[in-house]
Design a protein around this ligand. Structure first.
Ligand code: WTA
Length: 674
């Protein structure tokens, strides 16, 4: 088992270095029914009893929950099926339901005038409110458009769109007709979009003329055109283009269709497909240690239950709440916590098109004040960035409607946690540090607002159905005692876990279920303290987490390798106070090539163009050679230590084929001649 729990920089957080772990009790306001609706769970005894039942009698627990939260067209008989060993996990077999019906129809039929989506546009004055009734009609129209274009149950549809209501409409329309949506984050380059469209084999791509973010236009359609000009995407028959900015964009005859024209001719009624609980709902590509991004497959019943149940219990959402998740719809957080979770519960979801600092660093806080937001969810990088810009921005607004504020995507350092709690939550809100992954479908470790005492920096305790264990990376044995680090694994299946990697089930098994047989392997290291609280320490594999964006070193390396002058590239994650981790790239050039000034910038540009701007290395070092073992493997551990300033503690370097490369690398990084 090749995982070491100290090989990644996030592990530097070292929460087990006591002394001052402060325990925060549940704010009394949350338990005062005069001030707040009583939380769903109000005591640790109740949580423990429910958690115990959820892991010991999952059939009973999740059977009841699935009947309670979701509407089924055909009841299920088997709640839980299969095993990690066989790789055939399934939930709610025989059951039939439709995710769009659950997220839209049932609320539209009961309460058509209720606001489903508040769209806070890039310009603060640009706000759209969409009722469940309107959403229902538009989703039906789009579903009819897709059907007319030949999309059938089980087909894939790619969506490459900015943060606008039409993105949710397109996504729900796919779910309605049983098409599998594959949303590609609109920050990805043409190249990355192409890889994903080619892998999923979509015949239809839905996009917009442009995007708008932070006052700037983004050439969305142009990126789609570049991607589709390549042979690998030849199967795409149609591109549906929503007019977001109205800028002139080329439309390819017979292929490109305007959204507004198609919608105008479509009927606002469309029956929904009764899907099997195990039919795929969507694919979402994510980076792993090796190879091309994987199309993670989520299915209808279990996924939807996980998304809705976590919004109910972890954010304590009520029907009249205004729930605001600041993630992008292109990542899993957007899928579960902008779209499926809140809408399945019939709440109002806020869709935010802009950035935390546009036009001023008060943007988030103005948004909360303006829309009377009750739950707010963002990432530690945003919290740290806003904290740095000073308290005055947060102090100008009324944030008193907030009850739960959440953090996701990367470890949150206690300093940022405390600022979030004190300045944003005013000490009156539950702070939920939520740990999960694309593959887990929904949050798996988190406090619950009405009962869990919190410790800044710890995601605390498992959600219902989750049985976490720490494993010794060298023996694979379970670590029992407190204050020891291990790899984090989950010992039994839960409803919203990924079922497969698209078209590559063996890769799914190899990546998640084989490394530690009998367990789902998360790829993260963690420590458990004396209260059973989990402290996530960061990835133990070659995944780097920059501002909560998940990237693989292999992907960045192969982007660098496309430059004709590059002989070899090695990428590692270093610590960064703002973004959690940042990318350091070590590049050697081919013989007879001289790296001229500005070559590092040129290489950064290659990565931006190949993957997307968010993947740009912070530093590129041109080196003569890499530290390698005799068998030619690059020892990234050494690069990591040098970057982290630990070059006097490199440990045993006798296995290096050539030890003399080390001083030259130290010099390249720190400018110190050894
Ligand atoms: C990291 C995002 C610490 C972790 C939902 C995980 C976290 C990866 C937390 C998944 C957290 C996510 N504390 N680390 N609260 N939440 N992570 O697939 O390393 O984009 O494996 O899903 O983010 O990233 P992904």
């Amino acid at each position: 088992m090749p995982h070491s729990t100290d090989n990644n920089s996030a592990a530097q957080q070292q929460p087990d270095k006591k002394p001052e772990v402060v325990v925060h009790p549940v704010p009394s306001r949350l338990l005062d029914s005069q001030q707040c609706p009583t939380p769903h769970i109000t005591s640790m005894d109740e949580y423990r009893r429910m958690w115990k039942e959820s892991v010991e009698e999952p059939e009973k627990f999740f059977g009841n929950l699935a009947r309670d939260i979701l509407s089924w067209d055909k009841p299920f008989e088997t709640v839980k099926h299969g095993s990690f060993d066989n790789g055939d996990v399934a939930w709610f077999l025989e059951g039939e339901l439709n995710a769009c019906y659950n997220a839209v129809d049932r609320h539209a039929l009961k309460n058509p005038d209720k606001i489903a989506i508040i769209h806070e546009g890039d310009e603060p004055s640009n706000v759209r409110r969409i009722t469940y009734g309107e959403l229902y009609r538009d989703v039906c129209r789009m579903a009819n458009v897709l059907k007319k274009l030949g999309v059938r149950r089980g087909d894939n549809v790619a969506i490459y769109m900015p943060m606008i209501p039409e993105t949710l409409i397109a996504t729900l329309a796919c779910a309605r007709i049983g098409a599998i949506h594959s949303i590609v984050f609109a920050g990805f380059s043409a190249e990355s979009l192409l890889d994903r469209v080619a892998d999923c084999g979509a015949h239809i791509v839905i996009t917009s003329d442009e995007g708008r973010r932070g006052g700037r236009n983004i050439a969305t359609k142009c990126i789609v055109d570049t991607a589709l000009s390549r042979q690998e995407a030849h199967q795409v028959e149609h591109v549906i283009v929503y007019k977001r900015t109205g800028s002139e964009v080329p439309m390819m005859e017979n292929r490109d269709l305007w959204w507004h024209e198609e919608m105008a001719n479509a009927r606002p009624i469309c029956s929904y497909e009764k899907m099997s609980a195990e039919d795929p709902l969507f694919l979402l590509y994510t980076s792993g240690s090796t190879g091309a991004p994987k199309g993670i497959v989520h299915t209808t019943g279990g996924y939807l239950l996980g998304a809705a149940a976590t919004v109910k219990y972890i954010f304590d959402v009520r029907e009249d709440d205004i729930y605001a998740c600041m993630a992008d719809i292109g990542w899993v957080t957007g899928h579960s916590y902008i779209l499926y979770g809140p809408l399945t519960l019939g709440a109002t979801t806020v869709l935010f098109e802009s950035t935390p600092t546009y036009p001023t660093p008060a943007r988030f806080w103005e948004l909360i004040d303006k829309h009377k937001v009750t739950q707010f969810y963002t990432a530690p990088t945003a919290i740290r960035a806003l904290q740095r810009l000073g308290d005055k921005w947060v102090e100008q607004n009324d944030l008193s409607t907030l009850r739960v504020i959440g953090s996701v995507g990367e470890p949150i350092n206690p300093e940022a946690w405390n600022w979030y709690n004190e300045k944003v939550g005013k000490g009156r809100c539950a702070v939920v540090d939520t740990y999960w992954q694309t593959e887990t479908g929904s949050i798996i470790i988190s406090p619950l607002p009405g009962c869990t005492p919190t410790k800044p920096g710890s995601a605390t305790l498992p959600f219902f159905g989750i049985k976490p264990v720490l494993l010794d990376p060298s023996t694979g044995k379970v670590i029992e005692g407190p204050h020891q680090s291990g790899v984090l694994a989950i010992s039994q299946a839960w409803p919203s876990m990924a079922r497969s990697v698209y078209n590559n089930h063996s890769r799914f098994i190899e990546t998640y279920l084989r490394p530690y047989p009998g367990y789902y392997f998360t790829g993260d290291g963690a420590m458990r303290d004396e209260d059973g609280y989990i402290w996530i320490q960061g990835r133990v594999d070659d995944v780097i987490n920059v501002s909560g964006h998940r990237l693989s070193t292999a992907e960045i390396e192969s982007a660098l390798n496309t430059h004709e002058s590059v002989a070899e590239a090695a990428v590692i994650g270093g610590h960064d106070d703002l973004t959690g981790q940042c990318i350091h790239a070590f590049v050697s050039v081919k013989p007879h090539i001289k790296a001229t000034e500005g070559f590092d910038k040129e290489l950064t540009l290659v990565v931006r163009k190949t993957i997307g701007p968010f993947a740009a290395p912070k530093r590129v070092y041109i080196v003569n050679a890499h530290p390698k073992t005799r068998s030619g493997k690059i020892m990234r551990r050494i690069l990591r230590k040098i970057v982290n300033g630990e070059h006097d503690q490199l440990g045993d370097i006798s296995t290096l084929a050539d030890q003399t490369v080390v001083p030259s690398i130290i010099e390249a990084v720190h400018g110190i001649k050894q």
